[in-house]
Design a binder for this molecule. Structure first.
Ligand code: FES
Length: 308
């Protein structure tokens, strides 16, 4: 809002619009009026407004209908109601719809200016929160991600390799990363999101330092992977698709790890562990804790053959 917010005053009484315009324009605000909800919708459809002051009781399209429409079509616009009938219920309904504040009618210039100032501050605060969310991953990661995007920008079919690199850099693919990739590769966010949700090797949730993949395929099932899975879940206190609170481990269930002869099987990162029993699986997990603590790992990296 470098040039100041653009405000729309909606009322079925022209005199109210004119007096609000006079007060706000004198303070340098950019203000326009709309006589009634219908005219307001026509103006708002064109976009460009930051703040709407609306009466509630209006013929045809009333204030609550206008607010509901705005919340659905343009939730970024701040809303203040101006009402001559501020009953508790009306205010409560409007507050539940997410209005910022209300101005009782008739209003004095100082009340109107006071509420406007608060509403403008509210909009500014929300915008800066949104900006922080956009940069919720460290700037160094953002720079690296932008470098990867720039490298692939002109290569057709580069979405998957870019997402793979993005996942390596950030650790997972939250909406903010998907958005950045979509923008950088000139694709729609829906397209990027579709690819991320389609391939199981992409994750939208943060993963732990070690990713445990438990095979739930038929061969592993027959050989008792269910008991292994239960024990691992109990030990880590997480379910499939979750990450431990300390971010050490994530747990995934997969269809077949391609090592059916070693069933039941699980992988931790790139290591395969076969012929598992519940107790053996816990030993494997403990070996990663031991490695992290700097002690000699008992099993980390051991092949199934070595374990036997
Ligand atoms: S079914 Fe488990 S590795 Fe194939």
């Amino acid at each position: 809002m470098a040039e100041g917010p653009r405000i729309l005053i909606v009322d079925d009484e022209l005199v109210v619009i004119k007096s609000a315009e006079r007060v706000l324009k004198a303070e340098g605000y950019s203000v326009e009026g709309a006589v009634g909800g219908r005219e307001a919708i026509l103006k708002l459809e064109k976009g460009g407004y930051d703040l709407v002051f609306t009466d509630l009781k209006m013929p045809e399209v009333d204030g609550l209908t206008l607010i509901k429409w705005l919340k659905k079509t343009n939730p970024a616009v701040g809303i203040v109601i101006i009402t001559g009938y501020p009953s508790q219920d009306t205010i409560k309904d409007a507050l539940e719809l997410g209005i910022i504040d209300y101005v009782p009618k008739p209003f004095t210039p100082s009340v109107l200016l006071d509420v406007t100032e608060r509403a403008v501050e509210w909009i500014k605060g929300r915008k800066s929160k949104e900006e922080q969310t956009v940069e919720e991953f460290p700037p160094a990661m953002a720079v690296e991600l932008d470098r990867v995007i720039a490298k692939y920008r002109d290569t057709p079919g580069s979405l998957i390799p870019v997402l793979q690199r993005a996942q390596e850099i950030v650790g997972y693919l939250p909406p903010v990363v998907q958005k950045r990739v979509a923008k950088g590769l000139n694709l729609s966010e829906a397209e990027v999101h579709g690819v991320v949700s389609f391939y199981s090797f992409f994750t939208m949730k943060p993963r732990g330092d070690h990713n445990i993949r438990i095979c739930l395929g038929t061969a592993c099932y027959v050989k008792g992977i269910e008991g292994v899975l239960e024990k691992v879940k109990e030990n880590l206190k997480i379910g499939i698709g979750e990450t431990t609170e300390n971010r050490n481990f994530s747990l995934e269930g997969v269809r077949c790890l391609g090592a059916c002869g070693l069933a039941p099987v699980m992988m931790v990162d790139q290591e395969t562990y076969g012929a598992l029993t519940p107790a053996k699986a816990i030993d494997v997990i403990n070996s990663y804790y031991a490695a992290a603590a700097g002690r000699e790992p008992a099993l980390a990296g051991a092949s199934p053959e070595e374990e036997e």
